[in-house]
Design a protein around this ligand. Structure first.
Ligand SMILES: CC(C)(COP(=O)(O)OP(=O)(O)OC[C@H]1O[C@@H](n2cnc3c(N)ncnc32)[C@H](O)[C@@H]1OP(=O)(O)O)[C@@H](O)C(=O)NCCC(=O)NCCS
Length: 356
């Protein structure tokens, strides 16, 4: 079992190695020797079944041409009967732990971002904790719809900075297929199921911008927009889970400006500009929103990680799934500056800057 002394020695070594290997880049938000959160591993999980636009055209009055032109989506993965959000979350968590070279014994916090929990309670994070065979530490869910992963990342980072956790699994996991009206062509073509996870680890920050880890985040919400994208039921209102309802054009319009605003806020906090970003990993809702946001921000198309074409909108899972995809295929490399951004029902919107 690792002692506090072991942990601090390892953190010191890591910190020294990193400051020797990189001295350029973003300012860190914290002074030397304060806890700093780095991403130690990432993993994704998708249901086996793929549903193409053509498959959907056989169910509702739509076409591959319409869906592709308006959203960029070509296909999405849909969970099998009996495959729950917690199953996808568990698979993503195990993949992230493997990537980090860690076991569940190293973890003391699990945060799951989801709008499609297995149950009203216990939290899906607790179900995942049980499946991983973990009886120590703490596990809880966060609900911020499609922005949930960035909210969860910021929460876990703050807990690590406060010293209340050392290593966390932060998971975005969804089975949106369960809350879709499969007769409503304006929503059912947009979403998919999946999960992604990162392992966060406390390390020691440096004050020269060299540390790998979470540099800054910015979280926003405004409930006055809640009737533009919502689920029309819930335990307390209808005693059902309800289905997604959306005023698509209003979401579209709001999303682009909100994205730009929150990204500018987080870049300022991090002390960098858009040109410094190596990879932009936005929430994967719609290729047109992503393209327009990147253009307004001045981020080149080749720096944008796009998975919406194959995954659809997997809500809180979309960013960690995109991170897992781009890390696995070698695009995102150690030391890269990665910009995350999301918008979801509420509205909630959020961004983070991470040194990978
Ligand atoms: C949903 C969205 C793709 C619709 O695209 P749009 O260009 O705004 O399309 P509109 O809603 O104006 O609809 C245009 C026409 O297409 C039709 N249409 C809607 N869905 C359709 C579908 N799946 N297939 C074919 N036609 C469809 C509409 O009924 C409308 O027909 P009409 O002109 O005869 O009335 C777009 O508004 C969008 O992406 N919004 C943001 C959604 C989002 O990202 N939500 C999640 C945020 S986390």
């Amino acid at each position: 079992m690792q002692t506090r002394v072991d942990f601090e020695q390892r953190a010191d070594q890591d910190s020294r190695r990193e400051s020797e290997s990189r001295t350029d880049g973003a300012q860190t938000r914290r002074a030397a020797r304060e806890p700093f959160t780095r991403i130690a591993g990432v993993g994704g999980a998708l249901p086996e079944r793929v549903v193409t636009n053509q498959d959907l055209a056989e169910m509702v009055d739509t076409s591959d041409e319409w869906i592709t032109a308006r959203t960029g989506i070509k296909e999405r993965h849909i969970a099998a009967d009996g495959e729950y959000t917690s199953h996808l979350a568990e698979r993503a968590a195990r993949n992230a732990l493997d990537d980090a070279g860690m076991s569940v014994a190293d973890i003391d916090l699990i945060v799951v971002a989801t709008a499609t929990p297995d149950y009203a309670f216990p939290a899906t994070a607790v179900v995942v904790q049980e499946r991983l065979g973990m009886t120590h530490g703490a596990a809880f869910d966060i609900g911020a719809a499609c922005s949930g992963f960035v909210f969860a990342l910021a929460t876990a980072d703050a807990m690590i900075a406060a010293g209340s956790a050392r290593r966390a699994l932060v998971i975005g996991a969804e089975t949106f297929s369960r809350i879709l009206d499969w007769e409503d062509r304006t929503t059912c073509v947009l979403f998919g199921d999946g999960a992604g996870a990162v392992v966060l680890e406390a390390t020691m920050g440096t004050d020269n911008g060299a540390s790998r880890g979470i540099i800054a985040h910015a979280l926003r919400s405004d409930g006055s927009h809640r009737d533009k994208l919502y689920v029309d039921g819930g335990p307390s209102t209808s005693k059902t889970s309800g289905v997604v309802r959306m005023r698509g054009q209003e979401v579209f319009r709001f999303a682009i400006q909100a994205t730009v605003d929150v990204v500018e806020e987080v870049l300022a906090k991090a002390g960098i500009c858009a040109a410094d970003v190596d990879w932009f990993v936005p929430h994967q809702a719609n290729k047109r929103i992503i393209d327009a946001s990147a253009k307004k921000l001045g981020i080149a198309p080749e720096k944008v990680v796009l998975t919406v074409c194959e995954h659809g909108n997997t809500s809180a899972a979309s960013i960690p799934l995109a991170l897992a995809t781009a890390a696995r295929d070698g695009r995102i490399k150690q030391g890269d500056l990665v910009l995350l951004e999301a918008l979801g029902g509420g509205f909630t919107w959020a961004a983070a800057v991470v040194r990978w």
